[in-house]
Design a protein around this ligand. Structure first.
Ligand code: PA5
Length: 440
C-alpha cells in the first residue's frame, strides 16, 4: 500500500511551525465524516473500479495494430494518460509501438511536428473530451477529421472517441458516423477521470491489464471510508495540508516525486488540486517539482525563502533497476565516495537528505511512500490523491468537482471567435482591445 509519513509536519519535529497530533487527528476524523456523507454525486469516482472493461479491451486490441496513436484532449482528458505512459512505459516512442502522441496544448508547431511524423494511413486518433465542447480538442479534431477524409480513409477506422455516455458533440458525431465510442461515467468529472476509459484505453494499448490498476484504486476506495486513521491515511494527508494553510498560513504545496517516471504526476496533481480547491478565496497553490533535479533549482528557496510552503514528497523504495557506480579514481575523494553505491541508493539518499535538511530547518514536509512503480501502485496513487483532494475540498467547504472560474475565459474565446450566442463577449473583447495599453 501507499504509505504516509507525516512525522515532519508535527510539533515534535519542527517546533512551532508544526501541528499537534490531536489537531491533525480531529480534522482527519471530520474529513472522513464529511466524505462518508457523500454530498456530491461526483464522488462516484470511488466506485470506478467496478466498470465493464469489455469494449476498452476490444478496441485496445485493434489499436495495437496501428503504427501511431494520437490522443487529443486537454486538462483531465490528457494529463492522466500522460502519467500512464510516462510512469509505465517510459521513453515509450524510442522502444515500442504504436508511437504515442498526446496533443493537448494547441501549439501549432507541436501539431505540425506530429503530423509530419505520423503516417495517417496507420494512425488511430483518440479524441477525449467529457463535454465534447472543449475548443482546443475540437479544433485539432476538426483538422485531423478533414485530413483523414481528404485521404479517403474510413473515419470509423481512424477515430475512437472517449466522451459522455449520452450527450455532447462527439456523441452526436459518433452516432452519425458510427465511430467507436467509449463512455466516461456520467458523474465522473475530467480531473477525476483517469481511471475511466480516459486512461484505461491507453493503458490497455500499452499491453497492461486495467484490472491491475483498478485493483490498486479499489484498495484505496475501500479505505477511504474507514474511520481508523491507521487505515485512512488519505484523511491525514488532507487534514495536514488543510491545517497547514488555515493555522500556519502555508499556501503553497510543493509536489515533489523522486522519479522521472512520476514527473507528469506532478502536473496531474497540480491540476487536480488547483481546479478542485481554488474557490471562493480558498485553496492553496500546488507547485510541480521533481527530485533530485529541483534540489539544484528550488531547494534554496524552500530552505530559506518565505515561510509559505509545505513539501509533499513522493518517494519510490525500489526503482526496479540496479546500476552500480564504478569504483574509480581512488585518489580523488570527490569521486571515490560514490563508487560501489547504486543510482537507486543515490536518488533515495538524496531524498532522505533533503527531507532531513528541511526538517532540521523547521520546514513542514509530508512523505508518500510507494514500494515501487507498477500498474497497481499507480492505480493507488491516482485514487489516493483524488480522495485527498476531494476530502480537502469538503474541509474547505467548497465543491471539489466544479470549476466555475474557468468559464469566463472560455466564453470570451467563444465571443472572439464568433460563436453564436456569445455576441456580448465578442463586444467585450473589442472594447478591451481598444483600451489604452502600456506596452514598452
Ligand atoms: O477537470 C475538468 O473537468 C477539466 O479540467 C476538464 O478535464 C478539461 O477542461 C477538459 O474538458 P473535456 O474533457 O470536457 O474536454
Amino acid at each position: 500500500m501507499v504509505k504516509l509519513d507525516f512525522s515532519n509536519i508535527l510539533y515534535e519535529q519542527i517546533g512551532d511551525n508544526g501541528l499537534s497530533a490531536s489537531e491533525v487527528e480531529s480534522t482527519a476524523k471530520k474529513a472522513i465524516s464529511l466524505f462518508s456523507e457523500m454530498p456530491y454525486k461526483e464522488l462516484e469516482f470511488l466506485d470506478i473500479y467496478r466498470q465493464d472493461l469489455t469494449m476498452i479491451k476490444e478496441l485496445a486490441k485493434k489499436a495495437r495494430d496501428y503504427e501511431y496513436f494520437i490522443l487529443l484532449g486537454i486538462g483531465g482528458s490528457a494529463l492522466g494518460p500522460k502519467v500512464i505512459v510516462e510512469s509505465l512505459s517510459p521513453m515509450h516512442n524510442l522502444k515500442r509501438k504504436p508511437k504515442i502522441f498526446i496533443y493537448d496544448n494547441v501549439d501549432p508547431v507541436t501539431f505540425k511536428n506530429i503530423i509530419e511524423t505520423v503516417d495517417l494511413n496507420r494512425t488511430l486518433i483518440n479524441v477525449v473530451s467529457k463535454s465534447g465542447a472543449t475548443s482546443e480538442t475540437l479544433a485539432s479534431f476538426l483538422i485531423l477529421w478533414k485530413l483523414i477524409r481528404d485521404r479517403k480513409l474510413e473515419v470509423n477506422e481512424h477515430f475512437v472517441f472517449t466522451t459522455d455516455p449520452e450527450k455532447g458533440n462527439l456523441r452526436i458525431i459518433a452516432n452519425e458516423y458510427e465511430i467507436p465510442c467509449l463512455s466516461i461515467p456520467k458523474n465522473v468529472v475530467g480531473r477525476y477521470s483517469v481511471l475511466s476509459p480516459v486512461g484505461l484505453f491507453l493503458l490497455e494499448i500499452l499491453g497492461i491489464k486495467s484490472e491491475e490498476m483498478l485493483e490498486g484504486a479499489r484498495d484505496i476506495s475501500e479505505r477511504a471510508l474507514k474511520t481508523s486513521l491507521q487505515e485512512n491515511s488519505m484523511a491525514v494527508t488532507a487534514s495536514s495540508l488543510y491545517l497547514m494553510d488555515k493555522l500556519k498560513g502555508r499556501k503553497v504545496v510543493v509536489f515533489l516525486p523522486y522519479s522521472d517516471r512520476l514527473k507528469t504526476l506532478s502536473e496531474w496533481f497540480c491540476q487536480l488540486w488547483a481546479e478542485s480547491l481554488g474557490k471562493e478565496g480558498n485553496g492553496t497553490t500546488p507547485y510541480p517539482s521533481l527530485g533530485t533535479t529541483d534540489q539544484h533549482s528550488q531547494l534554496q528557496l524552500w530552505m530559506e525563502g518565505p515561510e509559505d510552503k509545505v513539501i509533499l514528497f513522493v518517494c519510490v523504495e525500489r526503482h526496479g533497476y540496479q546500476e552500480e557506480i564504478p569504483e574509480e579514481f581512488h585518489d580523488l575523494e570527490g569521486l571515490r565516495f560514490l563508487g560501489g553505491h547504486t543510482l537507486e541508493e543515490l536518488i533515495n539518499t538524496e531524498q532522505l537528505a533533503t527531507e532531513m535538511a528541511l526538517t532540521m530547518n523547521k520546514k513542514p514536509n509530508l512523505k508518500l511512500i510507494l514500494p515501487k512503480i507498477d500498474p497497481y501502485r499507480i492505480g493507488q496513487i491516482f485514487q489516493y490523491l483524488q480522495v485527498v483532494t476531494a476530502m480537502a475540498g469538503l474541509l474547505y467547504g467548497v465543491n471539489p468537482f466544479n470549476q466555475p472560474g474557468v468559464e469566463l475565459g472560455k466564453r470570451l474565446t467563444y465571443g472572439a471567435l464568433g460563436k453564436r450566442g456569445f455576441e456580448t463577449e465578442g463586444e467585450e473583447i473589442k472594447t478591451y482591445l481598444k483600451k489604452p495599453r502600456f506596452i514598452i
